[in-house]
Write a protein that binds this ligand. Structure first.
Ligand code: HAS
Length: 543
């Protein structure tokens, strides 16, 4: 990664560590409150804390990481950023910073306790929405610089296959631009006028639908940088080749097509959306599972091929040959293990009838902690493990590697206990987004308490893991520099020499198909929100 680009990457990564510390502390406090053994001091509200936790981890930490990592990946594989591209990266960074501080101030003042899923009817101070809008606009500016870098490479290397990592960042960025139009629309045309008192009412159905039009692809925006590491970095860490460059590109194209027209699977119990359109989006959701299954297949192929090259013979002993002392690998591998039940849980959520059982229970919170909270974040840690020393001129020494291993194990323990308890309690009906309550002594509620205590135990291990992570970041960015800094590993592929498949980089075609699928999935349900008398849709008044 180029030296000038590295500074921008580092600036983004500093935000990541800071957000992790704040958000993680809020998370620990929440599990303690829900255990019934702890009360928040200084008049801090439970929902105030929950909003802080969600916004700072799910939006702020991830966005800064993704911007930083993608800039590094482009700089590493396509070459350094030009002055104007880099300027866009910095401008985006500062706009995101300003937006984050504005929203954080509103949350601190208890003027924005509307959770990270901030759709109506909860209302926050207008400054909170403006802050969030700036965060999104900041990502757009940074993404513009990244896309310029990608297209410049293509112009300078006509007819050649673009480096895989650069291509993957472009897919993620295009998906991001298309999906954030939804959240920008609801913030600009619904929330800001409503919170400023310019209009009296808000269309709740529409606000939820526009939010989830963005909210589901958001989860893949988090996931795809992790997949970039799985496909393009991990084989090199093992010292082998990736399975298939072409397959990886196809998987990413499928994410672009299918991650957006599925948002209604978060609204399967919402009134006012026809069962047919819910059913259609469920079918499309099953399509978006395919690229993850392709990814699982590729990773198994890489691991087995590597193990066999090391001399493994039997059915499964390739497993023993994997590098169990390399923290980069262990962090990612544990993340992958979590994603097996995480993905299964997603399939359960997406299955219309089963969704009735789990929707709005703490099962869902368990689900997203073993998706974004495990495979995604553990891979981010692994990426930071090589990226931070790479950009600051250091190496992963023995202590850093050991800290990385401790981080992986402690995180796995904490997340394992906490999310298991969440899934079990959810199946017994425990609601999500609720503080501790005995629900008037109801028998069923007393069953949940053990699981809530388990969540606090898991949360405590996670907090210890966060302290280890912060120590690790400090270790990787301070101390003596070396002449041969850590590498940013980028793998070759078994099909490296295969010709480029042209249509996967035909952006006009890709965007037309993406928009076509979105129009099919959303035109009728959104139109009906204006034309039919849906309860709570037209004319919802807060007061
Ligand atoms: Fe989800 C709710 C459906 C994936 C995050 N999801 C959420 C929410 C979040 C979230 C944050 O259909 C809550 C939002 C809120 O606050 O209300 N989700 C899915 C489906 C998938 C899925 C079908 N979700 C994710 C990912 C997330 C994430 C990824 C974050 C990054 N989700 C839902 C639905 C809801 C939902 C409904 C709404 C529920 C409701 O009612 O509110 C799929 O993409 C999952 C596909 C994944 C797989 C797994 C593949 C496995 C791999 C690992 C292989 C392991 C290896 C290791 C190679 C099929 C790739 C080797 C192992 C050895 C043993 C050797």
């Amino acid at each position: 990664v180029d030296k000038k680009d590295s500074k921008l990457v580092l600036a983004n990564m500093i935000w990541v560590s800071f957000a992790l510390l704040i958000g993680g502390t809020a998370g620990l406090l929440q599990t303690l409150v829900r255990s019934g053994q702890f009360e928040l001091p200084f008049g801090i509200g439970y929902y105030q804390l929950l909003t802080l936790h969600g916004v700072i981890l799910a939006l702020v930490m991830t966005f800064f990481f993704i911007m930083g990592f993608q800039i590094a990946a482009l700089s590493r594989t396509a070459g350094s950023f030009s002055t104007s591209e880099l300027r866009l990266g910095w401008t985006g960074f500062w706009v995101m910073t300003a937006g984050t501080l504005m929203s954080a101030a509103m949350i601190a003042l208890n003027e924005a306790s509307v959770l990270y899923t901030f759709y109506a009817p909860l209302q926050a101070h207008a400054v909170h929405y403006i802050g969030l809008a700036l965060v999104i606009v900041g990502t757009w500016i940074s993404v513009a610089g990244q896309l310029m870098r990608y297209f410049r490479w293509r112009k300078e290397n006509k007819g050649q296959k673009t480096p895989l990592l650069s291509y993957m960042t472009a897919i993620n960025n295009v998906m991001w631009i298309v999906c954030t139009i939804g959240v920008a629309a609801t913030v600009l045309f619904q929330f800001i006028p409503w919170s400023l008192g310019w209009v009296e009412t808000i269309n709740i159905s529409l606000s939820r639908t526009l939010f989830w039009y963005f909210g589901h692809p958001l989860v893949y925006f988090w996931l795809l940088p992790a997949y970039m590491v799985w496909y393009a970095v991990i084989p090199k860490v093992l010292g082998t080749k990736g399975f298939s460059d072409n397959l990886a590109r196809l998987a990413f194209v499928l994410f672009l097509f299918f991650s957006i027209p599925v948002g209604i699977h978060h609204q399967l119990v919402d009134p006012g959306i026809d069962a047919f359109w819910k059913g259609l989006q469920v079918v499309l959701t099953f399509m978006v599972i395919v690229p993850s299954l392709m990814t699982a297949f590729s990773m198994f192929a890489v691991f087995e091929t590597y193990g066999r090259k090391q001399g493994a013979r039997g059915l499964l002993d390739w497993f023993k040959k994997l590098p169990w002392t390399d923290a980069r690998f262990v962090l990612v591998f544990i993340g992958m293990l979590f994603f097996i039940p995480g993905g299964l849980g997603g399939i359960i959520n997406a299955s219309g009838q089963m969704n009735q059982l789990v929707h709005n229970t703490i099962w869902i919170v368990g689900h997203f902690h073993i998706t974004v909270g495990a495979p995604v974040i553990l891979t981010y840690f692994a990426a930071m493990l090589f990226l931070l020393p790479h950009i600051t001129g250091r190496k992963i020494d023995k202590i850093a590697n050991r800290l990385g291993l401790f981080l992986a194990y402690t995180w796995a323990l904490g997340m394992g206990i906490m999310s298991l308890a969440m899934h079990w309690a959810g199946l017994r009906g425990a609601p999500r987004r609720s503080t501790f309550s005995e629900y008037g002594g109801a028998d069923i509620a007393s069953e949940w308490i053990t699981y809530q205590v388990m969540q606090a135990v898991g949360g405590s291990f996670l907090f210890i893991a966060i302290i280890i992570a912060i120590l690790l970041f400090l270790k990787l960015t301070t101390g003596p520099k070396v002449n041969d800094p850590e590498e940013f590993p980028v793998a070759m592929f078994m099909d490296q020499e295969e010709p480029v498949v042209k249509w996967v980089e035909n952006w006009r075609l890709l965007i037309i198909i993406t928009i076509f699928l979105i129009l099919i999935a959303y035109t009728v349900p959104v139109t009906q929100m204006f034309t039919e008398n849906i309860p709570g849709a037209k004319g919802f008044k807060l007061w």
